[in-house]
Design a protein around this ligand. Structure first.
Ligand SMILES: Nc1ncnc2c1ncn2[C@@H]1O[C@H](COP(=O)(O)OP(=O)(O)OP(=O)(O)O)[C@@H](O)[C@H]1O
Length: 351
């Protein structure tokens, strides 16, 4: 851990300062989501698991916030508590200023979620029929928003499939229909779990662009969970990283990356052999080893002036580096560091 907690000292954070391309005049508005001291425990006595531990945060409307955390960090419980699917032990949730316990119907009127991929769609209905169905459920006559539906279909590249039953579409297409259905319902705050999963590169980019457009032009607020750090880096104004029921980071991607002093050191040497490599692994955080003949290309994660220690260690063992390169950290490195994980299996899924 390098302790990059962003601006978590006071836990409740106004992130308006790092929004991209968002109309700043909205900052005076009510937050789209306010969570205050939310806690959820499961089990009793010694068996108690605190899934969410006194978490507080606000999300301003029109922003896209990434929620990350390893498996078991508490993301699903947090989201389900916000959506009213889990009853929290403590704390309050306000959606657009309305407390979910006082006026649930009003609070949830403009909230929707895509938590299990395409499963929220009706597979026997066509794509367009799904959009019409979801706007009807949301209390909007589908004829009144037919143009908006057409635009969604065009923007998500679903026009050609508009009259095809959802069950006959590819997984990626189903994913896009699912997102379109959420948006067709007129939601202003949407929770998306892995929205780009199964999409090809182009569709994924289209979807990311569309999310940004919706946030910027229509003030739609998005809370997004993904394993894909590139998606998070590209599309999110802000990132919340959870670990053991608490936030360990809350800031813009740029600020998080700027504040870290963790970096990689890539070393190529013909002197690396099994014995040296196994001792290196004991002493340092070795992230990758690629065998060469002779030797290896090794990447070690280090921080601050750790590179000197590493070089001294190698010199003392007669390992002569042929090439040394420092590697800037990415969001994934930071994520692993902040959540105390030493493997590259990143869990970001909401169930
Ligand atoms: N219904 C439940 N009963 C008991 N324990 C639960 C329940 N739901 C979640 N937990 C526990 O609460 C903790 C947080 O789980 P949660 O599913 O919220 O994490 P997560 O971050 O969404 O993980 P994942 O990425 O694996 O989905 C875990 O220790 C989990 O075992």
């Amino acid at each position: 851990m390098n302790g990059n907690l962003g601006n978590l000292d006071h836990k409740t954070v106004d992130e308006s300062s790092h929004k991209r391309g968002h109309n700043q005049s909205n900052d005076a508005e009510e937050a789209a989501l306010e969570v205050d001291n939310l806690s959820k425990r499961f089990g009793d006595g010694a068996e108690t698991v605190t899934a969410v531990d006194s978490v507080s945060f606000e999300i301003q409307s029109g922003s896209i916030v990434g929620l990350l955390g390893p498996n078991g960090a508490g993301k699903t419980t947090l989201i389900k508590s916000i959506l009213g699917m889990v009853l929290p032990d403590d704390g309050t949730v306000r959606l657009d200023g309305v407390d979910i316990r006082d006026q649930p119907r009003t609070a949830y009127a403009q909230v929707d979620a895509m938590l299990e991929g395409a499963r929220n769609d009706y597979w026997r209905l066509t794509v367009r029929e799904n959009l019409r169905y979801f706007s009807t459920v949301a209390g909007v006559h589908p004829d009144a928003v037919a143009d908006e539906h057409q635009r969604l279909l065009e923007q998500l590249d679903l026009e050609e499939k508009a009259d095809v039953a959802v069950r006959d579409l590819s997984r990626g297409m189903k994913q896009k229909v699912s997102l379109a259905s959420v948006l067709a319902g007129g939601a202003k705050l949407v929770f998306l779990d892995e929205p780009t999963l199964g999409l090809d590169v182009e569709s994924s980019r289209t979807l990311q662009t569309e999310l940004r457009r919706l946030a910027t032009e229509q003030d739609i607020t998005v809370v997004l969970s993904s394993h894909n750090m590139d998606v998070i880096e590209t599309v999110c104004d802000r990132v919340l990283i959870m670990s053991d029921g608490e936030f360990v980071a809350d800031d813009s991607v740029e600020e998080l990356l700027r504040s870290t002093d963790v970096y990689g050191v890539r070393i190529v040497s013909g002197d690396f052999d099994e014995k040296i490599l196994s001792r290196l692994r004991e002493m340092f955080e070795v992230t990758t080893v690629e065998a060469l003949s002779p030797g290896a290309r090794v990447e070690v994660e280090t921080e601050g002036d750790g590179i000197y220690e590493l070089m001294d260690w190698l010199r003392a063992r007669d390992v002569t580096p042929e090439r040394v390169m420092t590697v800037e950290p990415g969001l994934e490195d930071l994520f692993l560091d902040l959540t105390d994980q030493d493997t590259r299996t990143v869990g970001g899924e909401l169930e």
